[in-house]
Design a protein around this ligand. Structure first.
Ligand code: ADP
Ligand code: MG
Length: 270
């Protein structure tokens, strides 16, 4: 069955500052949309607003999944409706195993197969080279960057949502883990028709996870959309080429080297 995630003219603020300035994006089942942009462009804000994270205020626009108004739902209902977020910095949840979390998620969705959770987890772990002994650890506790993202990818593959937002799946990953995770996501687009919004700085992720569409996000706005060739152009010319007439290139350069905020690092813990 084909599904559609529609974002229309979405604008949002955080800490009383407007960050998203009218985002339009339509994602259908099986499609991969790369959203690329410099640091501070609003990429993580977009993922937080789509998922309904606390502290973000929607100022206008709409987000629907198969016509259902996601913005009117709390986060858990958005997840039930079929939206899944792989966070840039996965949250540690002491005392909760991946198996427990996924079994609960399955129960909440009244999905079949909750009882075979262990074997499904082990099969997925084996498939992307994630040591199954790590499945017994508390969620993301004492995992390396690469292990966290493999762990996240295992969860995604077991949960099989309709749409996944990957917020810099490539951050903190070595090249092998990146390849394994990106390939698994690519396979999911073919196997179950997963629709993907892949947020990333770099082309590297897109070598394995082939985008159908590439969008350039600068200062909370999509300033260019196209096919995979747009990512190549970006690699060549940098974000400055997409800054737009009202935006001096130097400002964009400055934004590109600004480190991620501490709040983004620790926001997941609140
Ligand atoms: P990106 O993911 O593209 O690097 P973000 O969406 O994380 O960018 O951040 C966009 C802007 O919003 C930045 O200036 C950042 O400091 C600000 N911001 C994001 N989240 C918060 C927050 N929770 N509190 C205050 N400012 C925030
Ligand atoms: Mg980010």
């Amino acid at each position: 069955m084909s599904h559609v995630l529609e974002i229309h003219d979405l604008s949002a603020s955080v800490a009383e500052r407007q960050i998203l300035n009218g985002i339009d994006l339509i994602v259908r089942s099986g499609e991969v949309h790369a959203v690329m942009g410099p640091n501070g462009a609003g990429k993580s804000t977009l993922s937080a607003v789509l998922m309904g994270k606390a502290g973000y205020t929607v100022l206008g626009g709409s987000v629907t999944l198969d016509g259902q108004d996601l913005l009117a739902m709390p986060t858990w209902q958005r997840a039930q409706a079929g939206l899944h977020l792989v966070m840039q910095y996965p949250t540690e949840v002491p005392g909760v195993s991946v198996e427990d979390a996924l079994r609960q998620a399955h129960l909440a969705r009244r999905a079949e197969g909750g009882g075979e959770m262990r074997s499904r987890l082990e099969a997925e772990a084996a498939r992307i080279g994630y040591a199954s002994r790590l499945l017994d650890r508390s969620m993301n506790v004492d995992l390396s960057g690469g292990e966290k993202k493999r762990n996240e990818t295992v969860q995604l593959a077991v949960l099989q949502p309709k749409f996944a937002i990957l917020d810099e799946l490539d951050s903190g990953l070595d090249i092998d883990a990146l390849r394994d995770c990106a390939r698994r996501v690519e396979d999911l687009t073919n196997e179950i028709g997963l629709g993907v919004v892949a947020i990333t700085h770099y082309n590297r992720l897109l070598e394995e996870l082939r985008p159908d569409f590439v969008h350039i996000l600068v200062r909370g706005r999509i300033v260019a959309s196209g096919g995979p060739e747009l990512a190549d152009q970006l690699e060549r010319d940098g974000y400055a080429a997409f800054a737009g007439a009202d935006e001096p290139a130097s400002t964009v350069q400055a934004a590109a080297v600004r480190p991620s905020s501490l709040d983004e690092l620790f926001g997941g813990l609140r």
